[in-house]
Design a protein around this ligand. Structure first.
Ligand code: GAR
Length: 217
């Protein structure tokens, strides 16, 4: 059984989506812990409601990123993780931390990477006149919001979309995409190709399209 440790900073809706899928689909995995850098992250209560162990490592208690990341890694490692799942964990990670979990740390970012790394992705997509937005699950590398792509979901940008309406539709797709990507990892279905691209060894698609198979809503 694989141990998953999920890192959050806020409401934790992706974490809940993963917990629900793990339970409903009977994954050969368990969520060993949900860890936050913020004690007021509402996702911590949601994790406790699932009976999942929680921990807080407050970045404000540390003098600099290196010290915080070292303390965070110590807490993470106390749960013997196989995979680290960043789910709305809003911290820039040090290269040493990323190296420690090389190849076994996933992130979800609300844009079609490599477009729009960083913050305010939906606003920037609308302002740029993008007709497509979306979300990306990727393997974490030292560069922010960068790394081999595991899966993406695309959402058309509607002419009347605001940051709020677009982010709500992208989030709904994230709740489908992230559990799926983590399940592939649990089932050992992901491989690094020779060129560093991630290859999926099932008939499932690494691309989800909003409304696929349904009439446009
Ligand atoms: C998600 O939309 C995720 O893609 C984003 O934070 C949100 C967390 O929501 N992550 C990033 O922006 C990381 N760069 P959640 O707490 O409800 O899962």
């Amino acid at each position: 059984m694989k141990n998953l440790v999920i890192l959050i900073s806020g409401r934790g809706s992706n974490m809940v989506a993963i917990a629900e899928a793990c339970a409903a689909e009977g994954w050969d995995a368990r969520i060993s812990a949900v860890i936050s850098n913020r004690s007021d992250a509402s996702g911590l209560d949601r994790a406790r409601a699932w009976g999942i162990a929680t921990a807080v490592v407050n970045h404000r208690d540390f003098d600099g990123r290196e010290a915080f990341d070292a303390a965070l890694a110590q807490v993470i490692d106390s749960f013997s993780p196989d995979l680290i799942v960043l789910a709305g964990f809003m911290r820039i990670l040090t290269p040493g931390f990323v190296q420690h979990y090389a190849g076994r740390m996933f992130n979800i970012h609300p844009s079609l990477l490599p477009a729009f790394p960083g913050l305010h992705t939906h606003r920037r997509a609308i302002e740029a006149g993008c007709k497509l937005a979306g979300t990306t699950v990727h393997v974490v590398t030292p560069e922010l919001d960068h790394g081999p792509i595991v899966a993406q979901a695309v959402v058309p940008v509607r002419p009347d979309d605001t940051e709020d309406t677009l982010s709500a539709r992208v989030l709904a797709m994230e709740h489908q995409l992230y559990p799926r990507a983590v399940r592939w990892w649990v089932d050992g279905l992901l491989e690094a190709g020779v060129d560093g691209r991630i290859v999926l060894r099932t008939g499932e698609s690494q691309l989800l399209i909003e409304g696929d198979g349904r009439p446009p809503g």
